[in-house]
Ligand binder design. Sequence first.
Ligand code: GLN
Length: 495
Amino acid sequence: MSDLNKLSLSAARDGLRAKDFTSVDLTEACLSEIESAGALNAFVHNTPEIAREQAKAADARLANGDAPAMCGLPIGIKDLFATKGVPTQAASAILEGFKPEYESTITSKLFDAGAVMLGKLNMDEFAMGSSNETSTYGNAVSPWRRGNEETPLTPGGSSGGSSAAVSADLCLAATGTDTGGSIRQPAAFTGIVGIKPTYGRCSRWGVVAFASSLDQAGPMTKSVRDAAIMLEAMCGHDMKDSTSADLPVPNFEALLTGDIRGKKIGIPKEYRLEGTPDEIVKLWDDGAAMLKDAGAEIVDISLPHTKYALPTYYVIAPAEASSNLARYDGVRYGHRATLAAGDGIDDMYEKTRAEGFGHEVQRRVMVGTYVLSAGYYDAYYNKARKVRTLIKKDFEDAFAAGIDAILTPATPSPAFGLGEVSDSDPVQMYLNDVFTVTVNLAGLPGISVPTGVSASGLPLGLQLIGKPWEEGDLLNIAHSLEAAAGFVSKPEKWW
Ligand code: GLN
């Protein structure tokens, strides 16, 4: 069987169990695809030896009939996850050469579930960005192109390596992380599915921290069914993360009934932003009509504090980042600057951090330090925390009024060209997160589902936002939207 790399997780799982092919076959198909996809710069550390060993072990388990949920399925891992003995740099020069002594809880769980690791995936440095352009490895490139143009496009960010790899079929699925949209935006830009679970669903242990009260990991996959399968393998209580929830993990796949009759879907008026392209507005209306046809009730709702979400996020996220990144001091991890005669310890810190961190990371550390400083703490950080509570309350009120899920666009535009949003205007880049940051601030689950194609032939996604801990219900509604939208486009291979 050829093109095994193009399979979804569920199709590959079923094929493995039916003995149509082996995990070694699947893994080799992905490895050779990765080899010929250097132009996408999606994988930044390949781990073929580990993959081959895991695939062989998976085949043995399959033969014994004791195969766990993801047995033998080859995936990619975002460079933010600590992987034992394998370079883990968070796409930063400051972590050059860092090989963790331990495995993140999520990768351990995936390996326990039988998954095969093909390698580590590109991303924005410390997950700060929306285009994968802040990476020390250079940007990942989207496999998609606008019409006949050759302009290289962003696969989104920060999980841009993950979205590029999954949409180009270099792997069956990938892990991502989402602090303000980094799973959902790249998924929307590349025509794949990405879910950020409820805050606390997935352990953050061993995931390099960006903004700890917002960070969550999740799967990036070729279908909603695949997202259900992989999410189940990733989540669960972890004693090593005090914010991890001690709740049972449902069998998410079993909840994909396709029946959404009577579900109330909220359409928040504050997400109708001026300047949103007509095709995005139309996509949103079409999505609502699809859910209505499937038996859901569409209800206009208001989330009045939405307009404060972006500024609130860009105070809280940098504040937490500046604190989290204080540990990169040239002593404990990775890079240390070469010192001149007479340099003291302060020079060592300054030089190391100036060399090791890229511009965007430096900007965040400075903004964060400023909003946390004694004179400005109340004016910025404390104010942002209060507004965050109001944003969360908007959602709580909507759910208390009977809303089951909320439908919004995932992104304000289709994928843009690399270099088109300039580094000199960071706010322009931050505007990409306008529809997604609210969800992180409120700690809710959110999923991006490919729903349409832009006039230029690029994928467009819609976002569904669910109630806390109701990922099962959310996935089921997403499954219904996916089925109605029937998105089947794939990028034409040029790489
Ligand atoms: N684009 C957002 C940022 O730059 C979100 C990143 C993320 O979710 N990791 O902060």
